[in-house]
Design a protein around this ligand. Structure first.
Ligand SMILES: Cc1cc2nc3c(=O)[nH]c(=O)nc-3n(C[C@H](O)[C@H](O)[C@H](O)COP(=O)(O)OP(=O)(O)OC[C@H]3O[C@@H](n4cnc5c(N)ncnc54)[C@H](O)[C@@H]3O)c2cc1C
Ligand SMILES: Cc1cc2nc3c(=O)[nH]c(=O)nc-3n(C[C@H](O)[C@H](O)[C@H](O)COP(=O)(O)O)c2cc1C
Length: 674
């Protein structure tokens, strides 16, 4: 075998007779680009600027340093790779880069500037350079990894942002996977197929974590005014791998300080909570106007498709009743419709008649009499998704018989074979607003504690907000101000009749997940507009606007939008979407990504989600109806032991840190010397 080093390769023809060609030529891969039509690379060049330098400053762990300057924030990602030598990657946003004049500086000058900015931490150690130019990070993905006997490996195939420090790991694991595949298969073709199919999911998972992490660093200004402890918790939990519970096992003192910080913020809002030995964030109270919630868990609105002529039935009494006694602080009704035409399906609940009002009042009374839960009425109009089938008969599919005329901001059908909606006229707007107002008045009489206006998921009011469904040329279409006009009009009309002491929220789709639709930035503008009109909470959902949407699902997948809206528009938010554990609820709250956390599907199968979490964290104050007290006592007793067992298991499974391994080695050699 011949090994050749330090040889530039510019033509693949010289490998024509090779069995296998491994293309591992890095992010700027010449051979990937040469065959771009085959590999189909996607290169997403990120806005932030970074440079890779070094220092002699010793470091005992991976260290992030955040430094404010007269030009803006700078970040150092630093780690020691051998005694007396550490890597320092400096990062900043393009505006700060510009203001600091870094574009015009030489390598040496920019190193001196970094020494100046991070001097307090460098402790007299120099910043060293090695072709340290300022660059932008390219996120690289390839639709195909294999072309004949040519295979992409490492950064050429898929890059991962340096903030999660996994690029080399990915490249090494690629090489291992390729080696194993070659050993397992009889032909090169089969081995390359095995490599690509077997490895793709793992690579994409790491890339997704890296994406989330790099976006956090791009938006660091959003968290700049956070308490330092909360800021640090946010950095650590940004990429979802580290959560409240697993950090509590590794660094219990730090998480105790996170809890105290959170409790101090709650105290600053007028609650007399214990800030020295506080409960976990999930069980800290929150007030929206005069409505006080004892914890932060919410039952998200869920259509039951089980009403008869819009009247809630025994099903609803049992459904809402059991979820209310389960311990969540706030429960939403399903989308309740202010008129028969506003319904999505024939099974949707309404609030346009006395009979419906009485049926809702009975459920509200049960909830108030038997639980500590507050009850929020969600009002919405189906728009172009109206006159469709029940969820289990074909979601959003048009009714074959018995359909009524539907309306929307613009006459665009949802499916190509859906009914074409009528474009809403000014007269329609007035009538629909009046119907909403009457439903809200009925809701107040029925005893609801809170009111939500549904402006999400492509229904009537959402159809005004999204440019994909609003093609109007009048004062209600075009600019975001115009698209907001009618939803805000309805909101104002409701706010005017809804009692001042009771809160109101609005549900929005913070992105349409589709080209040309609403983006996170638009959602911030939408949230700001509602906040100016007196909204108390923005319920941050996403999508369901157009059929061609391409959502990116995953754990807590909509939380980044709640984070963006809460911390840019400075309005209280509720997040929702694939949040399934109390650990995730605590992680989201403690990092300041939302004020309330809603769960929909988990509550369908587990009404007692919150009660169980209270037992887990030992929060004795959770309300429990006397009928269920013995069950509550048992789960509280058992949870103490279960939690200790799980902690023990997790601690045993936890890989040892370098410091722990060093201590073990030192102890062993001391023992041997004795
Ligand atoms: C600032 C920064 C910090 C990072 N920190 C970390 C970290 O802490 N931990 C971590 O795991 N990863 C980190 N990474 C990522 C890591 O460096 C890469 O993921 C890793 O080096 C990828 O390995 P690779 O072999 O695919 O590519 P590379 O390391 O880029 O190697 C490609 C090689 O191919 C050579 N080459 C290119 N074209 C030709 C040609 N035509 N002929 C011959 N040779 C050619 C290049 O000279 C180069 O040596 C960081 C990346 C950056 C940008
Ligand atoms: C059966 C069902 C019915 C739903 N009905 C409504 C509804 O009436 N109004 C609404 O705003 N969202 C509705 N949603 C969306 C949920 O409130 C929630 O946003 C979504 O399910 C994501 O949360 P999850 O991952 O916790 O389920 C419904 C969801 C489900 C599963």
């Amino acid at each position: 075998m011949e090994l050749v080093f330090q040889a530039e390769v510019d033509d693949e023809a010289r490998f024509a007779d090779c069995d296998l060609v491994v293309v591992a030529d890095g992010v700027n891969s010449r051979f990937r680009d040469k065959h771009a039509d085959h590999f189909r690379p996607e290169v997403d060049v990120r806005p932030n600027k970074f440079t890779w330098m070094g220092s002699t400053r010793p470091l005992d762990a991976f260290t992030f340093i955040f430094q404010d300057t007269e030009w803006g924030p700078f970040i150092a990602h630093a780690y020691q790779y051998e005694a007396g030598a550490s890597t320092w990657v400096f990062e900043t946003d393009p505006q700060t880069f510009e203001r600091a004049g870094l574009g015009a500086m030489s390598e040496a000058e920019s190193a001196r500037l970094m020494e100046h900015i991070f001097g307090w931490f460098l402790d007299g150690h120099p910043v060293l350079t090695n072709r340290s130019i300022w660059r932008s990070f390219p996120m690289i993905r390839n639709e195909r990894w294999v072309r004949g006997n040519m295979v992409l490996l490492g950064d050429a195939k898929a890059s991962a942002h340096f903030s999660i420090g996994s690029g080399t790991k990915l490249a090494m694991e690629d090489a291992i996977a390729l080696h194993e595949a070659l050993g397992q298969e009889r032909t090169i073709d089969a081995a390359l197929t095995r490599y690509e199919t077997g490895r793709r999911e793992e690579v994409e998972k790491t890339q997704h974590a890296a994406d989330v992490s790099l976006v956090w660093f791009e938006h660091v200004a959003r968290f700049w005014d956070f308490d330092p402890v909360q800021f640090a918790f946010g950095v650590m939990t940004r990429a979802k791998a580290i959560t409240y519970d697993n950090l509590r096992l590794r660094a219990p003192e730090f998480v105790a300080e996170v809890d105290r910080t959170f409790a101090r913020q709650v105290r600053a809002r007028g609650f007399d909570v214990d800030a020295d030995a506080p409960t976990v964030p999930m069980f800290q109270p929150l007030a929206l106007r005069d409505m006080v919630l004892p914890n932060r868990v919410v039952v998200s609105p869920m259509d039951m498709y089980s009403a008869v002529d819009g009247v809630p039935t025994d099903w609803h009494l049992v459904h809402y009743g059991s979820r209310a006694v389960g311990g969540a602080a706030l429960m939403f009704t399903e989308m309740t419709c202010p008129s028969p035409e506003a319904r999505i399906t024939l099974g949707c609940a309404g609030l346009w008649s006395d009979e419906q009002e009485r049926a809702w009042a009975k459920i509200v009374d049960f909830v108030h009499a038997n639980s500590a839960a507050k009850f929020c009425l969600q009002l919405g109009h189906s728009g172009r998704k109206g006159a469709t089938k029940l969820m289990w008969e074909g979601m959003d599919r048009p009714l074959e018989t018995g359909a009524w005329d539907i309306c929307s901001a613009s006459p665009i059908p949802y499916f190509p074979d859906s009914q074409v909606p009528r474009e809403v006229t000014r007269a329609d707007m007035d009538r629909i607003t009046a119907e909403f107002v009457q439903a809200a008045e009925r809701g107040e009489r029925a005893g609801f504690d809170m009111l939500e206006l549904h402006c999400a998921h492509g229904y009537l009011l959402a159809s005004f907000l999204s440019p994909l469904t609003n093609r109007r040329s009048d004062a209600y279409g075009g600019s975001i101000e115009n698209r907001l006009r009618y939803p805000l009009e309805v909101f104002d009309a409701l706010r005017a009749v809804w009692p001042k002491h009771k809160p109101m929220s609005v549900r929005i789709s913070a992105t349409d997940w589709a080209e040309g639709g609403v983006t996170g930035e638009d959602a911030v503008a939408i949230a700001r507009a509602f906040a100016e009109h007196g909204v108390d909470l923005v319920d941050v959902s996403t999508g369901q606007t157009v059929r061609e949407a391409r959502p990116i699902y995953g754990r807590m997948f909509q939380t980044p939008f709640s984070d963006q809206i809460r911390n840019e528009a400075q309005v209280a938010t509720m997040c929702v979407g694939n949040i399934t554990s109390a650990d995730q609820v605590n992680t989201i709250l403690a990092a300041g990504r939302a004020d309330l956390v809603a769960l929909a599907r988990p509550h369908l199968v587990d009404p007692f989600f919150t009660m169980k979490a209270a037992a887990w964290y030992g929060v004795a104050s959770i309300h429990c109806p006397p009928q269920y007290q013995p069950g509550r006592d048992q789960i509280f007793r058992n949870s103490v032991r279960d939690r200790a067992d799980l902690d023990d298991l997790r601690l045993r499974a936890k890989p040892k840190t370098r410091a722990e391994l060093k201590m073990e080695r030192e102890a062993a050699s001391k023992l041997a010397a004795e």
